[in-house]
Design a protein around this ligand. Structure first.
Ligand code: DON
Length: 319
């Protein structure tokens, strides 16, 4: 009954009960041994596939966490959500809709075909093309200023200064010819503001920012809270922007698996190839998790299982 009450009121059951629910989420997740740690970015291949961390931050700032919730990993594609929110705040809802787009691609995150099929339009900020287009809209007079805007903005979402993983950054910078190709195509079609190589460099840096499962939950809870970080009390983005960011997560946050995710979990989600996964319950809070083995679309296998259990156990499904 506590749980049904949570669905209705947004208040979680007592902390001890939530701890039990988190334990059961981990137990469900560890029934799964399939999936592979990402290796197309060489530095990510070193991750220990058995590490698991999970954290919930509620809209009132209460935190529940378990396992290696403080294990640092690179944020990767989960950065796309927050850079999109920060850019929307600057360029506005209408311009973001027009120049970046919000429709699902139904294709892998690094698809070039999605671009070509749509006259070069990036389509959605959760896939690489749209995220690179978004990063190209970051304000600043130099790459250094644009990077500072992103690093300080994502730090404000997390409520603490986030640092970059230099090894991951270097490793990806040496091997991201595909993203460079996507950026050049965007440029050729007129959807990139600024220089393509410089934009990809800033994008690669944003993907290399180090977070843990706890940070992800606070960042997500800021969106659940209409743009106010529930731990620091600071407003980071406006309410409309927070809503837009959650909506685009729902459209393509898990790439070509986004429909299955929405049917199974019923909440906006966003994955990253290092193994992070963010699930947001609008108006209630957010779950951050880390488990590096990925499915074929690049989404954490154990993270998805844990999110599905929590969504059911806490009555979070929006539908
Ligand atoms: O651009 C890339 O390929 C990586 N920096 C991020 C991709 C990613 O995280 C896809 N997600 N699951």
């Amino acid at each position: 009954s506590d749980i049904r009450q949570y669905a209705a009121t947004g208040r979680l059951p007592a902390a001890s009960e939530v701890d039990g629910i988190l334990e059961r989420a981990r137990e469900r997740a560890f029934r799964h041994h399939e999936g592979k740690v990402a290796d197309y970015i060489p530095a990510l291949a070193n991750a220990d596939p058995e590490v698991f961390g999970i954290a919930i931050t509620e809209r009132n700032g209460r935190v529940h966490q378990l396992g290696s919730y403080d294990h640092a990993f690179s944020i990767q594609s989960i950065s796309k959500v927050f850079v999109y929110a920060l850019v929307c705040e600057v360029i506005g809802h209408e311009a973001a809709l027009k120049t970046i787009g919000v429709n699902a691609t139904g294709l892998p995150f690094n698809s070039v075909m999605a671009l070509e099929l749509n006259g070069g339009h990036p389509l959605n900020p959760m896939v690489n093309a749209g995220a690179i287009a978004t990063t190209s809209c970051v304000p600043g007079n130099s790459a250094a200023e644009r990077w500072e805007f992103i690093q300080s903005g994502l730090s404000a979402f997390a409520g603490r200064p986030l640092a970059m993983d230099e090894d991951v950054y270097r490793s990806e910078a040496l091997t991201n010819q595909r993203n460079q190709g996507i950026a050049r195509l965007l440029n050729a079609y007129g959807y990139l503001k600024g220089d393509s190589d410089e934009t990809v460099d800033v994008y690669t840096r944003q993907c290399s920012l180090l977070v843990d499962a706890h940070d992800l939950s606070v960042m997500g809870a800021t969106l659940a809270d209409g743009g106010v970080n529930p731990v620091t009390g600071k407003r980071i983005v406006g309410e409309q922007v927070a809503r837009d960011a959650l909506a685009v997560m729902a459209t393509a946050g898990l790439y070509e698996r986004s429909g299955e995710w929405l049917v199974q979990i019923g909440l906006p989600g966003k994955s990253g190839v290092a193994g992070g996964l963010l699930t947001v319950a609008p108006g209630k809070g957010a779950v951050g998790s880390y488990a590096p083995r990925l499915d074929e679309a690049g989404n954490s296998v154990r993270g998805q299982v844990a999110a599905a259990y929590l969504s059911r156990a806490l009555g979070l499904n929006l539908f």
